[in-house]
Design a protein around this ligand. Sequence first.
Ligand SMILES: [Cu+2]
Length: 337
Amino acid sequence: MAAAQNLPAPGPQGHGRAEPRHGLRLFLMWLPMSVAAVAAIWFAWYPHLPPGRMSDAAAGQQFDIAVLSVTAAPVVIGVLLYFVYAIVVWRARPGDDSDGPPIHGHTRIQVWWVLITSAIVMWAFAFGTYELVVPAGAGSGEGPVPIWKLTGTTTPAWAPGTHDMLQVQVIGQQWVWTYRFPQFGGMETTRLDLPEGMPVEFHVTSLDVIHSFWAYQLGVKADANPGVDDVAYATPKQYGSFTVRCNELCGIWHGAMYNYGRVVSPAAFETWAAGVESKERSDGLLAALPPYALVYDPTVIPQLGKQFTKVAGITGANGYYYPGPQAGTTHGDPVSP
Ligand SMILES: [Cu+2]
């Protein structure tokens, strides 16, 4: 920190020897170290910071972490440098049992201290507020009533190459994630494919206990609570696969509650989603699923789930609402091994 240039000189006074300019020394050491650290963080570390740049939300989080790291590095270096300098230069020499000089404050240092720490805090406040409001914030203002919404049009149908917002319902239950696509007939899958470059509106809910939807590489994390429709936004920006984990301890198989998704081209996504929809329709699965809703009533859904039929590789969840395979039968869901 620049405060280092105005440090007190607590060394022995009046011993007939000129006191070196400790503040200047410290500043001249601090400056190149800080410049090097900031450059290393920005140019070498920043591109590798979590969670990557697979979506706009992820890239925004990566940028915030990089900026705050650049802000913090000179402060940390200033503190550690002063610490080491004090030990080396101002330690008591062997045989020196004398008291240190009495020090009664130092106006210039105190003024600088207040100014610099205030400036850092105000910067963090201004940057944090800007990042929360202008790019629609961490999690894009997620919650049951999102404050900021991603730009896009919510329509009953979805088509590639438009501004249509893809709606995806994320359903957590012990212990699997499923995804329903209301714009594709309400079909439900255990794999979360998403279109690159198009806005996605997640509606996250739970059928039983509290879970947490964490699509790590997309930078999306949202609570999955029963009876609550939690909204989060993201626009995928890179092709590739990502992992969805549960991030809320939700029972004995919490650690096994994960599956995968892919970011594909909008045309490939539409082909996939329409294909799943038509297969689930012809298999009778869409008719058997509970009607699409933002939240589901656990006291009603089990009655609907009793009609659930097995469709290999496509849908279902081994939960309370869609009963798993019964002994001696083939009825159940394809999620179970
Ligand atoms: Cu869970």
